[in-house]
Design a protein around this ligand. Structure first.
Ligand code: PLP
Length: 376
C-alpha cells in the first residue's frame, strides 16, 4: 500500500496485462470532504456535522420517493425492468420526447463513461473548458484520448476559446451548464453561436446536472437544441434536486440514433429496482420539485449574505453551490471550518487554491457556517 492507501502497482506482474493507459490513472481515494457524513462524524468525533462539500440536497428525497423505494424492498430477489421503461416514458412524456430518446444510467457518472466508451479512440481530442467536473477528463483518459483543456474567461465558459481549440481530431466537446465549480451558465446566445460554428461531426455533450436550479431566464436549455443537431447529448441526474444521490440514477437525452448507440454498451440492469422506483416517484412529485427550487433560490441568497458578512467575495451562482474567494490559501480555512464540524470543498483540486465551493445548505446549516466563519 502507498501512503494514501492505494495499492502500489509498480512491481505487480498484472501490470503487464493491463492496458498501458491505466498507469496514468489513480483510484478515487476519498479525503475528508468526500466521505459519507456518518464517517465524517466518526473521524471528527462530533455529531453536529454540516456537510457542504458534495452539492447534495440537504432536505433529502421526496417522501413519496422514499415510500416508493420502501415498497420495492420485498422484491429485491427479482430483477427489475432492465431499460426502466416506466421512468423513461414518464421523463419523455414531460419533456416532449419519445422514450427512445432517453437512456437511464447508474448516475450521470456512468453516462459520461458510456459516452467515452462509445466514441473515443486513442489520440482523439476532447475539449474540456476548465475548471470543471473531473469525470469528463477521467473517462476520456481511460480511452486513451487526448485532453485539450480550454481556458474559461472570468469564470465563464468561453465559446470563442472552444472554437479556437477545435482541430480535425476533435471528437467531443464537454460543456457543463451550469458549470461545476463556478456555478455560471452559458446563455442562449452563446449556445446558438457555438452550434452554428461547431463542425457537425463533433459530439457536443452538455452536462445539465444542475439545470433545475437555474433562475436566470437567459440560460441555454439543451432540450431546445435537440432538433438542430443530431450530435448533441444532454446529461441529467436524480442526484441533485431530487435528493437521490445514493440511489444512483442518471439519464441521457438525445436523438434516437445516439441513444441507440449508447444502449449497445449499457450494462443491462445498471439502474437498480430501488433507484428506478424512487426516481419515478420523485419525477412525478412536481410539488416537491418546485419546493426544492424555491428553497434553494432563497438559501442561495442567504448564503451570499453570510459570505459578505465574512468579507468574502463570490461568483453569483445558478446552482446549489457557490464558489467563494477566501483571498488567502483556502486549505487553512477548510481545516478550521472542519474543526467546527463544517465541511466545504477546497477548490484547489479545480486549480483554484484561494476558493471554496460551498453547497447551499438549509438556513440553519448556513447559520452555523456563518458563526464558524467569524472565528476563522
Ligand atoms: C456536473 C456534474 N455532473 C455529473 C455529476 C455526477 O452525478 P451522479 O451522482 O448522477 O453520478 C456531478 C456530481 O456532482 C456533477 O457535479
Amino acid at each position: 500500500m502507498d501512503n494514501k492507501g492505494a495499492y502500489s502497482l509498480k512491481e505487480a506482474a498484472v501490470l503487464q496485462l493491463a492496458r498501458p493507459v491505466l498507469t496514468q490513472l489513480q483510484p478515487f481515494e476519498p479525503a475528508l470532504p468526500d466521505l459519507p457524513i456518518e464517517k465524517i462524524q466518526q473521524q471528527l468525533g462530533q455529531n453536529r456535522v454540516v456537510k457542504l462539500s458534495f452539492n447534495e440536497n440537504p432536505y433529502g428525497p421526496s417522501p413519496k420517493a422514499v415510500e416508493a423505494m420502501q415498497r420495492e424492498l420485498a422484491c429485491l430477489h427479482l430483477y427489475q425492468d432492465s431499460k426502466g421503461d416506466d421512468l423513461r416514458s414518464a421523463i419523455g412524456a414531460d419533456l416532449g420526447l419519445e422514450p427512445d430518446q432517453v437512456i437511464l444510467t447508474n448516475g450521470a457518472d456512468e453516462l459520461i463513461l458510456l459516452v467515452a466508451l462509445a466514441f473515443l479512440e486513442p489520440d482523439d481530442e476532447v475539449l474540456i473548458p476548465i475548471p470543471t467536473f473531473g469525470q469528463y477528463q477521467t473517462s476520456s483518459l481511460i480511452m486513451g484520448a487526448k485532453i485539450i483543456p480550454v481556458p474559461q474567461t472570468d469564470f465563464r465558459i468561453d465559446i470563442e476559446n472552444i472554437l479556437e481549440a477545435v482541430t480535425s481530431r476533435t471528437k467531443i466537446v464537454f460543456i457543463c451548464n451550469p458549470n461545476n465549480p463556478t456555478g455560471t451558465i452559458i446563455t442562449k446566445d452563446e449556445l446558438d453561436s457555438l452550434l452554428h460554428r461547431l463542425p457537425e461531426d463533433i459530439l457536443l455533450v452538455i452536462d445539465e446536472a444542475y439545470i433545475d436550479y437555474v433562475t436566470e431566464p437567459s440560460c441555454a436549455f439543451g432540450l431546445d437544441y435537440l432538433r438542430q443537431r443530431e450530435n448533441l447529448l444532454l446529461v441529467r441526474t436524480f442526484s441533485k434536486i431530487h435528493g437521490l444521490a445514493a440511489a444512483r440514477v442518471g439519464f441521457g437525452i438525445s436523438n434516437a440514433p445516439l441513444i441507440s448507440l449508447l444502449e449497445r454498451i449499457r450494462p443491462p440492469f445498471n439502474v437498480s429496482r430501488i433507484g428506478q422506483a424512487g426516481a419515478l416517484a420523485s419525477w412525478q412529485d412536481k410539488a416537491y420539485f418546485r419546493k426544492m427550487q424555491e428553497l434553494n433560490a432563497a438559501n442561495r441568497e442567504y448564503l451570499y449574505t453570510i459570505l459578505e458578512a465574512a468579507g468574502m467575495s463570490y461568483i453569483p451562482s445558478q446552482t446549489n453551490f457557490v464558489l467563494a474567494d477566501t483571498k488567502q490559501d483556502a486549505g487553512g480555512m477548510c481545516s478550521k471550518l472542519a474543526e467546527f464540524g463544517i465541511i466545504v470543498r477546497n477548490a484547489a483540486g479545480f486549480g483554484l487554491p484561494q476558493h471554496l465551493r460551498i453547497t447551499v445548505g438549509r438556513k440553519e446549516d448556513l447559520d452555523r457556517l456563518g458563526e464558524a466563519l467569524q472565528d476563522c
